[in-house]
Structures are given as structure tokens and as C-alpha cells.
Design a protein around this ligand. Structure first.
Ligand SMILES: [Zn+2]
Length: 241
């Protein structure tokens, strides 16, 4: 009984603080800046609805899938959203990386989890594309790991973060063409000792936030396969045009 009262009090204080903060700084959508009706959300429903969805018939999906599969490391691709320059997803991807809007990663992950089910794709483990440890420390978290958590919530598979690591701090890839990106990502990842115990014979879902050329995921997939994994399916929250 005593416990209940304490819980009730702390709940009231939290609700009060939030209401007060919402009054001072009304929560706005990170994409369009319009006030949000539900302060627990980060993106308004209009912006979510404005993001073109990825389907198997979308030319962007088909081109990206072909590009990813062409090197022979990746077996399939699943995604849900389209990343357009200046479009709503650009704001979401930005927030995901540079502000601590971790909960969006979980939302994105649940969408991918649903897509995996709809597309009848099965995996054994989820591997978020790792960040370099310095970047991880600067940011405080890996955004792809939050997306993976959202996926795991839907498909109930373990997330593995101790099998592969990023060993090179690669320069930002925005200004590079496909060939330069590929070179930039060469030897960017390595296996963590004893990772074969985890990866051997496994169908892996390699989780990334936005895929542009696939150079990063391809380089990471190659390393995972070298430890005896049988299959790599790439999951990306969004595909960039
Ligand atoms: Zn909005």
C-alpha cells in the first residue's frame, strides 16, 4: 500500500513536470515544427504519412537490392521508408544521429520488424552496423542499435553487438562517389576474437539507418561471412535516392 502511494506521487510529479515543460516549450514535430498534439511523439502524423513507403515494386528498392546483391555478400534487403533530400525522413535521420531521440529508432525498428514478417524473411540474430568506438563515445549510443531493438521487439531475436567492430574512422561519405565510398570502407571492420562461436551457421540481419550506396553494409557483411555466418540480410530504416 505504502509502495503504491510513493509510485502514485512520483507519477504525479513526472506528469506535472512534463505538463509544465510542455507549457513553457510546447513540443513540436522535428520535421515540420508544427505543435504536436501528443507530447510523447517526436514526429507528427502528417510527416509520417508524407514519407514515401518502400515496397518490393518500387524502382528505388529494386535498384538498391540489385546493387547490394551484386557483390555476393548480401542475400536480401528489407526497408520501409524513402529518404528524400529535404524530405521528412532527412529530419528524422538527423535527429536520430545528432540528438538523443532514441525512441524514434525503436519506432523505425518496429516498422522494419513488421516488413520482415510481411515479406516472410527469417533470421537468427540481429547485428547493428557498429560505429567506431570514438564516434560511439561522442554520440553516446549507436542509432542502429536502437533500430535493432525495435525490430527485436517484433520478431523476438537476439541482438549481437560483440561480434564485429569498426576499426577505421572513415571520413564522411556525402561528397564521395560510389567507387570512392567503396575504397573508403575497405578494411573498415574486423571480427572481435571468438566471434565465430556466435556467427557460425547463423542467418544474420545487418541493421543500418539509411543506405545510400551500400558500401558500408557490404564491407561489414563481408567480415561477418568470413566468420562462418551463412546468410546476410540487410535491414535499413530508409533507402536514399
Ligand atoms: Zn510534422
Amino acid at each position: 500500500m505504502h509502495f503504491d502511494i510513493i509510485e502514485l506521487r512520483s507519477l504525479n510529479i513526472t506528469t506535472f513536470t512534463r505538463t509544465f515543460l510542455d507549457f513553457l516549450y510546447p513540443p513540436v514535430c522535428i520535421a515540420c515544427n508544427k505543435p504536436l498534439l501528443d507530447g510523447s511523439q517526436k514526429v507528427c502524423i502528417d510527416c509520417w504519412n508524407a514519407i514515401p513507403l518502400v515496397t518490393k515494386h518500387l524502382p528505388l528498392y529494386q535498384e538498391m537490392r540489385m546493387k547490394l546483391l551484386s557483390d555476393g555478400n548480401i542475400s536480401d534487403l528489407v526497408s520501409r521508408f524513402t529518404f528524400e533530400k529535404e524530405g521528412p525522413f532527412q529530419h528524422i535521420a538527423h535527429a536520430l544521429k545528432y540528438k538523443e531521440y532514441k525512441s524514434i529508432g525503436l519506432d523505425l525498428g518496429t516498422h522494419i520488424g513488421e516488413a520482415l514478417k510481411e515479406w516472410s524473411l527469417e533470421v537468427d540474430i540481429l547485428i547493428p552496423v557498429p560505429l567506431h568506438r570514438i564516434k560511439h563515445r561522442e554520440r553516446g549510443y549507436n542509432q542502429s542499435e536502437f533500430i535493432a531493438r525495435g525490430i527485436a521487439f517484433v520478431i523476438d531475436k537476439p541482438i549481437v553487438t560483440n561480434a564485429v567492430r569498426r576499426i577505421r574512422r572513415t571520413q564522411t561519405q556525402t561528397e564521395l562517389n560510389i567507387e570512392e565510398r567503396r575504397k573508403n570502407m575497405e578494411h573498415a571492420f574486423e571480427l572481435i576474437p571468438h566471434s565465430s562461436d556466435i556467427l557460425l551457421g547463423k542467418k544474420c540481419l545487418l541493421v543500418d539507418d539509411v543506405i545510400t550506396t551500400g558500401a558500408t553494409t557490404n564491407s561489414c557483411a563481408q567480415v561477418i561471412l568470413s566468420a562462418g555466418a551463412t546468410k546476410i540480410i540487410v535491414a535499413a530504416a530508409a533507402l536514399a535516392e
